[in-house]
Ligand binder design. Sequence first.
Ligand code: PMP
Length: 411
Amino acid sequence: MNFDQSQALFRRAAAVIPGGIYGHTTPAATVPGAVPYFAAEGFGCRYRDVDGNVFIDFMGGYGPLVLGYHHPEVEAAAHAARQLGAAFNHPTPLLVELAEKLTQRIDFADWAVFAKNGADLTNWSIMVAREVTGRPKILKIRGAYHGTAAWCTPGHGGLIPSDRVDIADFPFNDITALEALFAQHRGQVAGLILTPFHHPAFADSVLPTPEFVAACNRLCREHGALQILDDVRCGFRLTADGSHSLYGYKPDLAIYCKALANGHPISACVGRASHKAAASRVFLTGSYWSDPAPMAAALATLDIIAREQIPQRLALLGQRFVDGFLALGKKHGVDLIASGPPAMPYLRVKDDPSFMRTQALCTAIVAQGVFIHPHHNWFISAAMTEADIDEALRRIGIAFDSLPTTPHFAS
Ligand code: PMP
């Protein structure tokens, strides 16, 4: 597979863009030189890069493309809204329709607000928690990603110590540590923010224990802190009505983004009536916040997700993929670890702390036209059929065959 155009564009990018490509799609996050850097066109569960290579896509834009590229119904809805105008002086009726849809769909939600990115609303949500409680402290999970703001970015640049003075973190599923933080900061905790399951980069995904979920619910209630569910990555992929309903969380606020509008830029935060007045006092706006086309896309996407039982479909397809992948590992003598729910699986080579064997495996798989990532969970697309999964597995089998059989690779 040839990446000449990607490489040439990257050289041009590096001249005029800090880091060339920044964020999670930076080549530094994969295996430099072994994956495309620039995309050209998407169709269904496949995309073509600028060199003309076509991939079966198991990353889906790192989450947004839940229904696949160019879903006709979503695109028609967005296009119809776009024909009427963009970013008006006022919101359009779609704002109200979308808020109504989310409050009808999500059991605890009495209101909704919208922005563009997940981080817009994870930031806003902790301000709402502080406004509601009049307290400063936010508890979060160690290693969890909530966005680019100074209180939570995994980056190191530009931070000053005071950015994190009111943030305390603890390991996922660790009830004792959570209890200790609530005791240590008694009367000071505004909120606990967490993702429905733990999906860190460079590590296995971890599902919540029922005891942990119950402890989060209980401790937030006992201490008068808001529970904030960052459902940006999982929301509407695991269930049609928010991931809290799958695991039993009782959130006060929840944030959705990636699967909300199948690639159109919009995020949402929903909350309870008891926090509505406080929420109205936390300033929220943006140059494009009223833009109707992403709202139309979100309404269509939410309808399709419920009508076509997309989460169930993703789970079945994902299970077929994970089972097939594990069987291929066994056949080739490579021990694999699978983690996460099947709709958002992550597999890596066992006993591979440097990730070098996992990277070698992913590189070989990408070379066969299946795009997966060595350090980040994957996303099953509803545009996939069982035949697409089987085709991906066939190619992964070829990738296994191409791996060096040296002890360096074999587990
Ligand atoms: N929270 C989680 C769990 C995420 O996965 C992400 C994005 N990867 C964010 C927040 C931030 O969302 P955005 O990149 O849209 O700002």
